[in-house]
Write a protein that binds this ligand. Structure first.
Ligand SMILES: [Zn+2]
Length: 86
């Protein structure tokens, strides 16, 4: 029986094994991010790529750099709101 991973394999040209390995990597990354001793401490990686990533120094979880920048902004904004001073 065909499933979504078989379809991804078919359209991407990757083998089913490669699609499964990518999915396992995605799940492992998500687990690292969820189990992190927050807040994350992101630093930019993959400086030579068009789409850059950021990796947390604490948990090793990786996100697209723009998401990390929004996360950092969110922390800064939240800290300004603490104590009722908006
Ligand atoms: Zn983290």
């Amino acid at each position: 029986m065909s499933d979504v991973f078989d379809k991804l394999s078919s359209v991407s040209g990757l083998t089913r094994f490669e699609v499964d390995a990518i999915w396992e990597g995605v799940k492992a990354n998500r687990k690292r991010l969820e189990e992190c001793d927050h807040p994350h401490e992101f630093e930019l990686v993959d400086q030579d790529k068009v789409v850059r990533n950021a990796r947390c120094r604490k948990c090793g979880g990786v996100v697209v750099a723009t998401n990390a920048l929004w996360y950092i902004d969110g922390l800064a904004h939240a800290s300004k709101c603490e104590g009722g001073s908006k």
